[in-house]
Design a protein around this ligand. Structure first.
Ligand code: ZN
Length: 475
């Protein structure tokens, strides 16, 4: 992140004080909004609030797998902090979530060169018997390579998805690789496989295994599935390349419990003359359990809270209501995201004019994307004018928004989508190593600055804000 120009900062700080004398409910002219947004940006760049909240979340709560005590502690942490930061209408509507116990997992090569490997069960995997499951492996690059094998080729075998994840700034490398983990196990089972091991969907060459959800298809038998770290996957690949029979044993003690309660956590900064119009900014409060969910999605949670809190302290209050929604159970089935529009009802969702989400780590933001009606593209350009000095490019008007706001996007709510730099995110995402130490306080400040400016300018913009066509495919 680049430090802001000191002279400009002093000027803006002065401006901030001057404008503070304006009436609380004044409607700012566009030029004034621009100046206020610059002052907001610079205030965000000097605020430690997001990092300090993230320190609290990761230290006092830790892992937050859906339905666990940690998840409930996360809900209480968020409720308490929103109240103490002065958010209004703080509430925690109940969300039912699946409850899965990870248990323990082990993976070892039996033949030709016996050795244990670093592993994690995939989220939702069934367990094995106590003795584990031993079988020869069949290595494939991906699902299409598996489907190209002759019938019976994987019967009674363990399929090894050796899919590599490409490092990309926009996270698209993960998107291309992840189907081996999500759909791979059921496709392998339908072809007769008895177990699955996947190369971690990760860009790290450190010895951390990467978990994440799998999706069992009801038409195929459920088989156990786990991931091994990238260095272990390389070693397993080398054993296969010797041309000898490779046999492995995997053991998983995971199991399901009945679904249980969690909650979305909601708090608002009320608007003034357009208070009935809602702008949602969201992140998800749950996390995978091996790490403490500092990047995924502790960073998004604190970006959302800190950006909204900075706006609450603006001398000219936002015209529209800013609603922070910390969604329950994104990782294991988007439970909170699905519940939110159902709780709100169609009439209330029609009052949602924009949605934003932070769920790709601490940043920095490198591009400003959106999907808005053509009439609102000038707003995106106005926002960009304020944040381009933070090394943010103007992007496209084809953004999908993140997973938790996809149900809103599918109902025609426009999205503003600052793109967080994901170049190193998938080194630690869903691993034991997703800790506070992997978060950059400076990157977090820059991300809060961009989100705050976008939120504030969207909340101040002249209306009406046009909706998008409904898009059921966005869900
Ligand atoms: Zn996430």
């Amino acid at each position: 992140m680049r430090p802001c120009n000191v002279k400009a900062y002093v000027f803006n700080a002065l401006l901030f004080c001057c404008v503070a004398t304006l009436a609380q409910n004044a409607i700012a002219a566009p030029a004034t909004t621009h100046k206020l947004a610059i002052a907001l940006r610079d205030k965000a760049l000097s605020s430690d609030q997001a990092y300090s909240l993230l320190t609290s979340l990761t230290t006092e709560v830790g892992p937050r797998l859906a339905g666990t005590d940690g998840d409930r502690a996360g809900v209480e942490w968020a409720r308490r902090n929103l109240i103490s930061l002065g958010f209004q209408n703080v509430r925690t509507p109940e969300v039912l979530v699946p409850r899965w116990i990870r248990g323990e997992a082990s993976f070892e090569v039996l033949l030709p060169y016996p050795q244990p490997m670093v592993t994690l069960a995939l989220g939702g995997s069934i367990g094995t018997s106590d003795q584990g499951l031993s079988a020869p492996i069949v290595m494939v690059q991906d699902i299409s390579a598996l489907k190209a094998l002759p019938p019976g080729a994987v019967s009674g075998k363990i399929v090894f998805f050796n899919t590599r994840t490409e490092r990309t700034r926009d996270g698209s490398g993960y998107g291309k690789a992840v189907s081996s983990r999500v759909e791979g196990p059921s496709i392998a089972a339908a072809a007769g496989a008895v177990g699955v091991v996947v190369r971690s969907i990760s860009t790290s060459n450190l010895r951390f295994a990467h978990t994440g959800t799998l999706s069992y298809n009801i038409s195929a038998p459920r088989i156990p599935a786990l991931a091994i770290s990238n260095p272990d996957a390389n070693a397993l690949e080398r054993q296969v390349q010797t041309g000898q029979l490779v046999s492995v044993r995997l053991r998983v003690t995971a199991r399901d419990l009945p679904q249980t309660r969690s909650a979305n956590v909601i708090g608002e900064i009320l608007g003034t003359d357009l208070a009935q119009e809602i702008i949602v900014i969201g992140g998800h409060l749950d996390s995978w359990d091996p790490g403490v969910g500092a990047q995924d999605d502790g960073a998004g949670v604190v970006i959302a809270i800190a950006a909204a809190k900075l706006i609450a302290s603006m001398p000219v209050k936002p015209r529209r209501t800013i609603r922070v929604v910390l969604f329950a159970n994104e990782e294991f089935g988007l439970s909170g995201a699905a519940r939110y529009p159902a709780d709100e009802g169609n009439k209330a969702i029609d009052q949602h004019v924009f949605a934003m989400e932070a769920d790709l780590g601490d940043g920095p933001v490198w591009r400003l994307d959106a999907q808005v009606a053509p009439a609102q593209w000038s707003l995106i350009k106005d926002i960009h004018r304020v944040v381009k000095s933070l090394d943010v490019k103007l992007g496209t008007n084809t953004a999908r928004g993140g997973a938790d706001i996809s149900p809103l996007r599918s109902r025609g709510v426009p999205v503003i989508a600052p793109q967080l730099d994901a170049s190193t995110y998938f080194d630690l995402h869903h691993t034991l190593n997703d800790t506070l130490e992997q978060v950059s306080a400076d990157d977090l400040k820059q991300s809060v600055a961009v989100y705050a400016v976008a939120l504030y300018m969207a909340a101040m913009a002249d209306g009406p804000i046009e909706r998008l066509p409904n898009d059921p495919a966005a869900r």
